[in-house]
Ligand binder design. Structure first.
Ligand code: 3PG
Ligand code: MG
Length: 400
């Protein structure tokens, strides 16, 4: 079971307490504009709660992977603007991360006001978990709130540093994510079905092993299905395959819980206008690559989902960004939305798919974390959660 994390109510808050709020505003950007603001709207319950208590909020996040250098492409400016629109108040963006200017700005904040620090990853100390950077950052708050579920698997300075010195708690989003995922692991209603897609089986081996202990069936799609098909001796044409994973896939198939596609859409190339055909998953012609599960597989997976009591879906069934290869992902997404089961969609791409298809409202929980959700399932804990619990223990220890 996943140990609980301290909640907002445990924090010593007064009017004008300054709260260092770590969020995960790592939103997808296209031409400098936010493509999907789920990660911003998902942080609003915590921000609203803190504003109602007249705290001063210093929010911070990473965006993309600028690798310790200032890169205007990864500025949080679009996030500050969108957050301001959603809150109906201006959210100033500090030009630095945890420098003198940020401290001055923080001191100028009034009760209930919110500011945003510039991208944490502009500082090399963030990913290196540098103690000096963590100290500067911690100086911006009287207390620390972590609502960055999507980054809770990273032992970076902003995640594990402030809890060492500040009273700390999980925000509403982080607490809810932990609660939902721990229900899946501890007390899922059966049948519990997992639908897993994505490119590489090697990225998901640990999580597959962990899930097989809990679920009744695992339905495989996406490019990783071809390594399973190869393990069964099928002809997979030019589809992606991880030769070094074939033996492992054989062992997984031997559990009897893993289902793989029976038919696929194969294309001559990964282009919208490339010739495509519907073929048996075990007889893909040479020169053709599998790009989506076929209609028979999609319908079969949809039936299994319809008959389940708990569903976890992570990873698209095909290259759904390309319209002719999106049908399998759409069928699965619709089945998840229609299902009466408790449904959880995790991960960047599958979460984006249900939102793009307008189905997110009909899913019980759309997780804001991809890697974090999978690591929580695999390891049963995350560095960010451990840091919060350790902080609580430390504060209790001091009070004794
Ligand atoms: C994510 O989008 O996966 C999280 O924000 C973490 O980002 P990272 O994978 O770049 O650490
Ligand atoms: Mg990631």
């Amino acid at each position: 079971m996943v140990e609980p994390v301290p909640r907002l109510e445990s924090l010593p808050l007064e009017k004008c307490t300054s709260v260092l709020l770590r969020a995960d505003f790592n939103v997808p950007l296209r031409d400098g504009k936010i493509d999907d603001d789920l990660r911003i709207t998902a942080a609003l319950p915590t921000i609203d709660w803190l504003r109602e208590r007249e705290c001063r909020i210093v929010a911070c996040s990473h965006l993309g992977r600028p690798r310790g250098k200032v890169d205007p492409k990864y500025s949080l400016a679009p996030v500050a603007e969108r957050l301001g629109e959603l809150l109906g108040t201006e959210v100033p963006l500090s030009s630095g991360v945890a420098d003198f200017g940020s401290v001055t700005r923080m001191q100028e904040l009034g009760a209930g006001e919110v500011m945003l620090l510039e991208n944490l990853r502009f500082e090399p100390g963030e990913e290196a978990n540098d103690p000096a950077f963590a100290t500067n950052l911690s100086g911006l708050g009287d207390v620390y709130v972590d609502d960055a579920f999507g980054a809770a698997h990273r032992a970076h300075a902003s995640i594990v540093g402030p809890p060492r010195v500040l009273p700390s708690a999980a925000g509403r989003l982080l607490a809810r994510e932990v609660e939902v995922l721990s229900t899946l692991l501890d007390a899922p209603k059966h049948p519990f079905v997992v639908v897993l897609g994505g490119v590489k089986v090697s990225d998901k081996l640990g999580v597959i092993d962990a899930l097989l202990d809990h679920c009744d069936q695992l339905l495989i799609g996406g490019a990783m299905a071809f390594t399973f098909l190869a393990a069964e001796g099928g002809e997979i044409g030019d589809s992606l395959v991880e030769v070094d994973q074939v033996e492992h896939c054989k062992r997984l198939l031997a559990t009897g819980k893993v289902q793989i596609p029976t038919d696929v859409v194969a294309a001559a190339d990964i282009r919208e206008d490339a010739p495509a055909r519907h073929v048996s998953a075990r007889a893909i012609p040479a020169g053709w690559k599998g790009v989506d599960v076929g209609p028979e597989t999609a319908a079969n997976y949809a039936d299994v989902v319809a008959g389940s009591a708990t569903v976890l879906w992570n990873g698209p069934m095909g290259i759904f960004e390309i319209a002719p290869f999106a049908a399998g992902t759409r069928t699965v997404a619709e089945a998840v939305a229609d299902s009466r089961a408790f449904t959880v969609v995790g991960g960047g791409d599958s979460a984006a798919a249900v939102r793009e298809m307008g189905l997110a409202e009909r899913v019980d929980h759309v997780s804001t974390g991809g890697g974090a959700a999978l690591e929580l399932i695999e390891f049963g804990d995350l560095p960010g959660l451990q840091a919060l619990r350790a902080s609580q223990a430390q504060i209790r220890g001091h009070g004794q």
